[in-house]
Design a protein around this ligand. Structure first.
Ligand code: ZN
Length: 199
């Protein structure tokens, strides 16, 4: 997928309602630096500024609520200026979870995957004040969750799939995890549904 961003398209994305914790910007900034160096971070920040959303990714206060619009635009800008496609965006989501401070605090409370699964809605609320995640079904070798109330761009579905992969790695300590999006609002469904498989 190659996103073509225009000022108008960016404005629409920037007007998305809701907030996200600043930590998300920091983690994505750190991951870009790790993969593409300082020059990569600068390219992304320059393009964000051109599109009306100036931000210093790695200087964002982690516990502060930030507008979600720039958070969504960031993923599309990364695609545009760094050429990262679905797989790389997924990987960024996965790795971001591993370095996430809030996640670490939260995950320590989990005693089992059953409990972690049930706690998914509370975890979502620590990072987002819009949309929700709903645990649907948990079996020995797979789990199904839905994300509702968030519809911006299909590339972001891959970021969320990566988040789920990273979270699952925390909880089940397995190297063999696969996350597949089985329903999607961008394909006409009412919500995004993901199947997390232990393979
Ligand atoms: Zn989706």
């Amino acid at each position: 997928m190659k996103v073509e961003l225009s000022k108008e398209k960016a404005e629409k994305i920037l007007s998305t309602e809701g907030h996200v914790k600043g930590e998300v910007f920091r983690n994505h900034g750190n991951y870009i630096k790790y993969k593409e160096g300082e020059a990569g971070v600068e390219k992304v920040e320059k393009r964000m500024a051109e599109l009306g959303a100036p931000i210093k990714l790695r200087e964002t206060a982690p516990m502060q609520w930030k507008d979600i619009g720039p958070g969504a635009l960031l993923i599309l800008v990364i695609n545009e200026v760094l050429g990262w496609e679905e797989e790389e965006i997924y990987e960024m989501g996965r790795q971001s979870v591993k370095t996430a401070f809030i996640t670490k605090l939260f995950v320590n409370y989990f005693v089992s995957k059953e409990r972690a699964f049930r706690q998914a809605p509370a975890y979502w609320k620590k990072y987002f004040d819009v949309g929700s995640v709903e645990p649907v079904e948990l079996k020995e070798d797979y789990g199904i969750v839905r994300i509702k109330g968030f519809h911006v761009h299909p590339l972001i579905c891959h970021l969320y799939a990566g988040y789920m992969h990273g979270m699952t790695e925390f909880i089940v300590k397995s190297a063999h995890i696969a996350v597949e999006e089985t329903k999607c609002t961008h394909k006409g469904d009412d919500y995004h549904e993901y199947k997390i498989k232990l393979v």
